[in-house]
Ligand binder design. Structure first.
Ligand code: ATP
Ligand code: ZN
Length: 210
């Protein structure tokens, strides 16, 4: 039977837990060193090590059959993929943050304001749900410095402890969406016997943790 391909994060916050999950499923393979693809020795699976942002697209196009990636990244990508299993790690919240002394007090006060983010699509959807229009300033990182530099009135970014907000003179203002790591698959894969076996193992690892 043809091997399936699963895409996981090469390095970063989801790498270790993704690798651990697959190892706990009894899969024998080497973690990412320099080869971007590795074959599992005892299962019909190849592992692709990618930047997380590329994973939804690879799966949607069928270059990878499966992927492990944060919901935030899936949503932002707007790629069409199937959710197979929530994985319970990589939990975080995308929030709007504002300067500590900001005049913004309620959601409506965001109307017409400039908001800096690396998540323009999710932010746009959130604003539309609340009948708001704001100017979305898309930047590629270090979003928290934007208000201090006069680039925006607010930011929208992943916040875990709030430490980065605080050290940049910001405070959390509103939750936009929660996220955790998800096992995704390309459309039309659900009847595949390799996937069924893998999914069973993943689910029993997750159950053992409860
Ligand atoms: P890559 O190099 O793969 O693009 P990255 O820098 O975009 O990596 P990481 O910071 O490694 O991404 O985060 C990967 C994912 O981990 C996030 O998209 C999110 O789903 C999740 N995550 C969990 N906690 C946090 C957190 N405190 N900050 C940022 N992301 C978090
Ligand atoms: Zn990324």
């Amino acid at each position: 039977m043809k091997n399936l391909k699963i895409a996981i994060q090469k390095s970063g916050r989801l790498n270790e837990k993704s690798v651990q999950l697959l190892k706990n499923c009894g899969l024998d393979f080497e973690n990412y060193k320099s080869s971007l693809i590795t074959t599992v020795n005892n299962f019909n699976l190849e592992i692709l090590f990618l930047r997380d942002d590329d994973i939804p697209g690879y799966v949607a196009q069928g270059i990878a059959d499966l992927g492990i990636v944060g919901e935030n990244v899936i949503d932002e990508s707007q790629e069409k993929v199937t959710y197979l299993q929530r994985l319970g790690f990589g939990r975080c919240t995308l929030k709007i943050g504002i300067p500590k002394d900001s005049p913004i007090q309620q959601l409506q006060d965001l109307q017409g304001k400039a908001i800096a983010t690396t998540y323009p699509n999710i932010l746009q959807e959130f604003l539309a749900e609340h009948n708001l229009s704001a100017e979305i300033r898309q930047i590629s990182g270090s979003v928290e410095i934007a208000p201090g530099l006069g680039l925006s009135d607010a930011i929208c970014d992943i916040v875990s402890t709030g430490g980065t907000l605080k050290s940049n003179g910001l405070k959390p203002f509103a939750d936009v969406r929660r996220s955790e790591a998800i096992l995704i698959g390309r459309d039309g894969l659900t009847e595949n016997p390799i996937l069924c076996e893998l999914l069973q193992r993943v689910q029993s690892v997750l159950r053992a943790k409860e």
